[in-house]
Design a protein around this ligand. Structure first.
Ligand code: MN3
Length: 200
C-alpha cells in the first residue's frame, strides 16, 4: 500500500487571517508531504507495506530499530488529524454534550482553555498539545516530536501542532498567540464531538 498526502478539508486560504495560506502551503505541501514520502520509502519491500497507518504506528512504537518509521508514520497521522481539528469560523465555546463533558472535567470552558494553552505552550521544543479520552475521562496531554496518544491507549479528540514550522511564518516566536488564536478562531468542535462519539 502506498500512502498519499490527504487533501485538506478546506482551501489553503480558508483559515486566514489566523492561519495563513503561506503557512498551510508549506506545512501541508512540504512538511506533511515529506512525512508521507519518507513513510512510503521506509515500508517499501517490508512486511508493513500492506498494513494500515495505525497498525504501522503501533508496530513501530517503542522499537529502537524502527524510530524513523515510527516518526514518519505518526507524523502522517498527527498532521491529517490536525487539519481536521480546524475550520473557517471555528473556535470559541463548544456546545451540547461536549460542552457538558468539558465543564465536568475542567470546571468550565475558560479553565479548559487556560489549561489547554498551558499544556501546548509548555511543551519544550517540538511536539503536540492534545485533548484525549482515557478510560472515559477527558485529559490534556502534550507529546514530544512525533509521539501520538494512541500508543498510550488514549483516544485523540483535538490537537494543536506546536512544532515551530506550524506557526513561525505567522506568529514567529509567539507560540502562546498561535494557541490562543487556535482556540478562539480555528477549532472545529464538530470534529471533536465526532471523535468523542466514535470513542464510546
Ligand atoms: Mn507540523
Amino acid at each position: 500500500m502506498t500512502f498519499n498526502l490527504p487533501s485538506l478539508p478546506y482551501a489553503e486560504d480558508a483559515l486566514e487571517p489566523y492561519y495563513s495560506a503561506k503557512t498551510i502551503s508549506f506545512h501541508h505541501g512540504k512538511h506533511h508531504k515529506a512525512y508521507v514520502d519518507n513513510l512510503n520509502k521506509l515500508i517499501a519491500g517490508t512486511e508493513l507495506e500492506s498494513k494500515g497507518l495505525e497498525e504501522i504506528i503501533l508496530a513501530a512504537a517503542g522499537d529502537p530499530a524502527r524510530v524513523g518509521l515510527f516518526n514518519n508514520a505518526a507524523q502522517v497521522w498527527n498532521h491529517t488529524f490536525f487539519w481536521h481539528c480546524m475550520k473557517s469560523g471555528g473556535g470559541g465555546k463548544p456546545a451540547g454534550e461536549l460542552a457538558r463533558r468539558i465543564d465536568q472535567a475542567f470546571g468550565s470552558y475558560e479553565k479548559f482553555a487556560e489549561q489547554f494553552k498551558a499544556t501546548a505552550v509548555g511543551r519544550f521544543g517540538s511536539g503536540w498539545g492534545w485533548l484525549v479520552l482515557e478510560r472515559d475521562a477527558l485529559k490534556l496531554v502534550s507529546t514530544p516530536n512525533a509521539e501520538t496518544p494512541m500508543t498510550k491507549g488514549q483516544t485523540a479528540l483535538l490537537t494543536v501542532d506546536v512544532w515551530e514550522h506550524a506557526y513561525y511564518l505567522d506568529y514567529q516566536n509567539r507560540r502562546p498567540d498561535f494557541v490562543q488564536a487556535f482556540l478562539d478562531h480555528l477549532v472545529d468542535w464538530d470534529f471533536v464531538t465526532e471523535n468523542l462519539a466514535r470513542a464510546k
